[in-house]
Design a protein around this ligand. Structure first.
Ligand SMILES: Cc1ncc(COP(=O)(O)O)c(C=O)c1O
Length: 379
């Protein structure tokens, strides 16, 4: 029996051809291919903002924060339920990630709790597009306006989604995407920062290439800097032509990926809606390209169901353990919703190559679990 994967890359012949042409051209580093990917991303988003490609979503977040001048002594509000990358990106700057609670219905940053965590050191807020949703982002911008905060949107799950009728990235302060292997599109690994803040754009462009000033512009015209100045900390965070070649092909496939992911979610909702023991998040999937499909299962059953499915060769995921319960980011306060969700969330297989028969196996596995044990939901 084949293993049903939780997630996987959907890449094939077109990506191989694109990679071969970069290899044949003989320059694998950052050059024209990256420039073209950035232009195509801008066109796709339909934005006047700049797009700066880097080698991971984590690097995008780290550079965005650091180039905004956030560092030691500063605090950044972050929802506790997120990938640890969000927290590590903040702490990499020397600033403190301040864990906030999340809402139960959408697992989005809870602004009532965030307000409790504001201090004179708070410089920014980093909401996460959990499971691709950012419906409540307008409220985040109102909140940020009230407290004079910068907003760095962790849109690692959100590439290609819509908010207020616009593609994510066109509106907002600083938006960061991930193109890692399992995201809505992949560049092998990769990420991007999108912002209309021109000063920030140049800082990030330089900082992704070790702080060498204006090196991006040289590399895009097939040269590099031999005489240069460096005035800020920089990193080797640039995207390579190889990565961009994969990303460019993937961008042409995003429509088909979107349809497939939405279709899978609609089927899960239809097939599981009567199953006692499974509760859906309150997300409006028509505007999303769902990166993950987390459901809530009561804490008494979540791990047992996960083990039951694993025994049937079905992988599930946990998105995520609360970060404030990790040793490095531990808090001296509780976050009740995040803790409850940390015990209840279970992500079902979802990717652009998931077949209907595989989905049927997942649904049957879940039904069997609840039938056989008489395991009716108790929360
Ligand atoms: C919410 C969130 N933020 C940040 C990241 C980091 O992206 P990357 O893996 O490209 O570094 C991820 C990646 O999984 C993520 O899920």
């Amino acid at each position: 029996m084949n293993v049903i994967r939780l997630s996987r890359s959907s890449v094939g012949e077109e990506e191989k051809v694109a990679l071969a042409s970069v290899i044949d051209a003989g320059y694998l580093g950052m050059g024209k291919e990256v420039q073209q990917f950035e232009e195509e991303l801008r066109a796709f988003i339909g934005t006047e903002n700049d797009v700066i490609c880097v080698n991971t979503g984590t690097a995008a977040l780290h550079l965005a924060l650091e180039c905004l001048g956030i560092g030691p002594g500063d605090e950044v509000l972050v929802p506790s339920i997120t990938y640890v990358a969000s927290f590590q990106a903040v702490s990499a700057t020397g600033a403190k990630p301040v864990a906030c609670d999340v809402t139960l219905d959408r697992v989005f940053l809870d602004l009532t709790d965030a307000e409790r965590r504001i201090t004179s050191k708070t410089k920014a807020i980093m909401p996460v597009h959990y499971a691709s949703d950012s419906t409540e982002m307008d409220l985040v911008y109102l909140f940020a306006g009230r407290f004079g905060l910068r907003v760095i949107e962790d849109a690692a799950h959100g590439f290609g989604c819509y908010r207020n009728g616009k593609v994510i990235g066109d509106q907002g302060d600083v938006i960061c995407f991930s193109f890692d292997g399992i995201k809505n599109i992949t560049a092998g690994e990769g990420g991007a920062v999108v912002t209309g803040d021109k000063a920030l754009v140049q800082r990030i462009r330089d900082a992704r290439l070790l702080g060498v000033e204006q090196d991006t512009e040289k590399r895009y015209s097939g040269q590099r800097s031999w005489f240069f100045d460096v005035r800020h900390q920089g990193y080797r965070y640039h995207m390579s032509n190889l990565m961009a070649a994969i990303g460019r092909v993937q961008l042409t496939k995003i429509g088909q990926f979107a349809l497939h992911r939405q279709h899978c979610v609609a089927r899960y909702q239809q097939e599981l809606s009567g199953v006692p023991g499974i509760r859906f998040l309150d997300l409006c999937y028509e505007n999303l390209i769902p990166h993950i499909f987390p459901v809530r299962v009561s804490a008494t059953h979540r791990d047992a169901l996960m083990n039951h499915l694993r025994a049937s060769h079905i992988e599930c995921g946990l998105h995520y353990q609360p970060n404030h319960q990790l040793d490095y980011f531990a808090t001296d306060y509780a976050l009740p919703n995040a803790e409850l969700l940390g015990d209840e969330l279970l992500s079902l297989p979802l990717h652009a190559e998931l077949s209907e028969s595989e989905q049927d196996r997942v649904v049957t596995g879940i039904r069997n679990y609840f039938d056989s044990a008489g395991n009716v939901r108790t929360v």
